[in-house]
Design a protein around this ligand. Structure first.
Ligand code: TRP
Length: 386
């Protein structure tokens, strides 16, 4: 980061304190407005999920057109993914819950790309064996979220080689100069890395209607490239809804990082791990002493514990607001909030682990396994257009 930049967001790094309003301007995306949320509510005839209500998903491209396509009967499909470089943490799983809600309410097909190739190229320390092992592990966490098995297709790039065919048309269009400008490649970049954006764009061409991608905003550069060429290839520009980053335990800014274990809670952490990590590492808005906090009140705006409750762990709006003011007025201390969050997280992980066990039974239904593509894939696949 240079002194001129206050923050950086790329698919490989997030640094500094991210100003999400500025990021919308920088990336040229649109804010997810109350009107769009209202329309979503009307079309799905449902209460909005917490991620939309609290604007954790805050930005989009062409989501308005997706709703229009749905309303007018053309439909759309969903696509999301995961780079399997290690165990998944809480921040990784949230976009999948958003995706599940969208699939359920709109009753649409969903493709999930597991980029074991990407992580092999971009992480020098990982072998292909490693990323394949993590792919299998991560797929169980993803299946545990509970997607519709008849409308979900999960594939791993290194074994679902059809993906190559779908990457060809766009790979013929994107120049090195464009890829370098968008992704920051240089002369030292490996050729696998340089080709990879075509592979991540490929699933947006799986069906000949509009694709909607729920993902964290750092993935947007891929969609920008797709949108530059899609129409010239005879496809729709992909739509996207973008989430903010789930904050690490250690501070309100930045991104939970798998490489700093104390900043993250993994889906496989034991109740003792959760307790210890929240107790020891969670950054709160607390004052130096209990006395001072009772007098001046806390600062929930700075508090990671409050943020986690707001994003995911306290769905009750009224309770959240009460907690906010009780903190502000100095009526509760940080230990109390930490204990409350700890209990919520342990409960969530308990349930997740149980569903993960069940996932082992359905994984063959949704995962592409060497030649046995699901019925869904066979009925929708048409090959590249040109
Ligand atoms: N590049 C993503 C990662 O590192 C994985 C990914 C592939 C993805 N396709 C996607 C993420 C589509 C979101 C949406 O995690």
């Amino acid at each position: 980061m240079t002194s001129l930049e206050d923050f950086i967001v790329t698919p490989w790094e997030v640094e500094g304190v991210v100003d999400y309003r500025k990021l919308i301007e920088r990336f040229g995306t649109q804010p997810l407005t109350d009107d769009l949320l209202k329309k979503t509510q009307e079309l799905t005839k449902s209460e909005l999920p917490i991620f939309l209500r609290r604007k954790f998903f805050f930005s989009h491209r062409d989501y308005d057109l997706v709703l229009k396509d749905y309303e007018e009967g053309r439909g759309f499909f969903l696509y999301t993914g995961r780079g399997p470089s290690g165990p998944m943490h809480i921040g990784h799983i949230i976009p999948f819950y958003m995706t599940k809600w969208l699939q359920e309410k709109f009753d649409v097909n969903l493709y999930i790309q597991i980029t074991d190739d990407e992580k092999f190229f971009f992480k020098p320390e990982l072998t292909l064996e490693d990323t394949r092992k993590w792919a299998l592990d991560n797929i169980l966490d993803i299946v545990a979220v509970g997607f519709n098995p008849d409308k979900t297709f999960i594939f791993q790039d290194s074994e679902f080689t059809k993906i190559y065919e779908m990457a060809l048309p766009i790979a013929k269009k994107v120049t090195f100069s464009t890829a370098r400008a968008v992704f920051g490649f240089n002369e030292q970049s490996k050729i696998g890395m340089i080709f990879f954006p075509a592979i991540q764009a490929a699933p947006t061409f799986f069906e000949r209607r509009r694709c909607l991608i729920p993902a964290a905003i750092d993935q947007d550069p891929y969609w920008r490239i797709q949108r530059d060429y899609a129409e010239s290839l005879g496809y729709y520009k992909t739509a996207a809804i973008h989430s903010k980053f789930f904050p690490p335990l250690t501070g309100i800014s930045g991104k939970m990082s798998a490489s700093k274990p104390e900043t993250a809670i993994y889906l496989t952490d034991s109740p003792e791990d959760v307790k210890r990590k929240i107790w020891k590492f969670a950054f709160t808005g607390g004052r130096a002493t209990a006395k001072e906090q009772r007098e001046k009140g806390g600062e929930p705006e700075k508090c990671v514990v409050f943020k986690w409750l707001e994003i995911f762990f306290e769905p009750d709006d009224k309770k959240l607001e009460e907690r906010y003011w009780a903190c502000k007025r100095g009526e509760i201390l940080c230990g109390e909030c930490k204990a409350y969050l700890t209990e919520k997280v342990i409960k969530f992980l308990d349930e997740h682990k149980r569903k993960r066990k069940d996932a082992e039974k359905v994984v063959d239904k949704v995962k592409y396994t060497g030649g046995l593509a699901s019925k869904m894939w066979e009925s929708t696949y048409q090959g590249p257009r040109r």
